[in-house]
Design a protein around this ligand. Structure first.
Ligand SMILES: [Fe+2]
Ligand SMILES: [Fe+2]
Length: 336
């Protein structure tokens, strides 16, 4: 026999939504579900109406999710988050859910609208933080493997990434740029890839201890374009999720040797024609190269490298970003 719905008329409309919907009373007892909920979970209305919604839990949703859910609902606010629940078959399903408290004639109801997380039909739900962390690790492996012949490269790449993060955040603050969190993340992630093009440069030229001939210099100067080429090849092969923004990565790889005054390479761009992300990485990359030992030079003291950045403001570097960089060092007492 079909269970009669005790949902007040005002809430019936929610059951017609094209997402899975569950309605509970103030004791979290299930009052009704819609056809999409039945389809998604395998439970029929007759199976679950009258039960406490808690029986759908899988034990895999982090406890803090329930804490924030309870906190918001207690205040009478709607709440959104990610749930991992169990279907009737015992399989788990991941959904993003919005629960809204609704008062109707002295009765409180909770309307939960679930949206199945498509990409998670298989596997385990990864929080945004975990996904970002994994992506960062994968890009690190990729960047290091492209420059595997250089023994000190890992430290250089990691320092570039950390300094890029600090610089972009400081510049964003100082100039009130209001850069989005995702754009900042794209820059930080992709900064580690700036020299992947060096994978295609012959070792004899790349690590030559003495001065380079004009021909050898030309070859070295091809690494930004070779890098962009490698990036495009890789991005055709792999899941796009791994490189969060191809455009930002391509800009950093292609333009990190351009100079503000137009004397850089490969395209001799000037000023703000050079993408912001490349102008940021350019400063950090040069600075870290100066304070590191290379086959052709000793490491410079930090103060000397900073005065070089100062002197190159408006020549090699975007003057405003260089200003932020110097300021960042000064205000954080990082001059050693
Ligand atoms: Fe480079
Ligand atoms: Fe570099």
């Amino acid at each position: 026999m079909k269970v009669k719905s005790s949902v007040p008329l005002e809430l019936v409309g929610y059951l017609k939504l094209a997402d899975a919907v569950i309605i509970t009373d103030h004791h979290h007892r299930i009052v009704d579900i819609n056809a999409y909920y039945e389809q998604t979970t395998g439970y029929s209305r007759d199976n679950i109406i009258g039960f406490k919604a808690g029986f759908l839990k899988s034990g895999l949703t982090p406890p803090c999710t329930y804490t924030s859910l309870k906190r918001e609902l207690r205040k009478g606010n709607p709440w959104s988050g990610v749930f991992t629940n169990r279907k009737k078959s015992g399989d788990i399903w991941h959904s993003s859910i919005t629960i809204t408290p609704i008062h109707i004639e002295n009765h409180l109801y909770f309307v939960g609208v679930f949206r199945e997380l498509e990409q998670l039909k298989e596997g385990i739900y990864l929080s945004e933080n975990k996904r970002v962390e994994n992506q960062r690790e994968l890009l690190k492996v990729l960047a290091i493997s492209c420059e595997i012949r250089d023994p000190g490269i890992e430290e250089h790449l990691l320092r570039v990434q950390i300094l890029t993060e600090n610089l972009v955040l400081a510049h964003n603050r100082r100039k009130h740029l209001e850069l989005s969190k995702s754009y900042i993340n794209h820059i930080v992630h992709a900064s580690i890839l700036h020299d992947i093009g060096k994978a295609e440069i012959p070792e004899g030229i790349l690590y030559k201890p003495g001065p380079l001939s004009p021909y050898e210099r030309k070859i070295i100067e091809m690494h930004p374009l070779m890098g962009a080429d490698i990036l495009n090849k890789i991005s055709r092969e792999i899941n796009h999720e791994m490189i969060s923004s191809l455009e930002v990565a391509e800009n950093i790889i292609t333009y990190h040797h351009e100079k503000w005054d137009g004397t850089g390479y490969p395209h001799r761009l000037t000023g703000e024609d050079i993408p912001l992300e490349a102008r940021i990485v350019a400063i950090v990359d040069v600075f870290d190269a100066l304070i590191s030992r290379r086959p052709y030079k000793d490491s410079w003291p930090v103060e000397r490298a900073l005065s070089y950045i100062h002197e190159q403001k408006g020549k090699h570097f975007d003057p405003s970003i260089a200003e932020t960089f110097l300021d960042y060092f000064k205000s954080n007492d990082l001059i050693v």
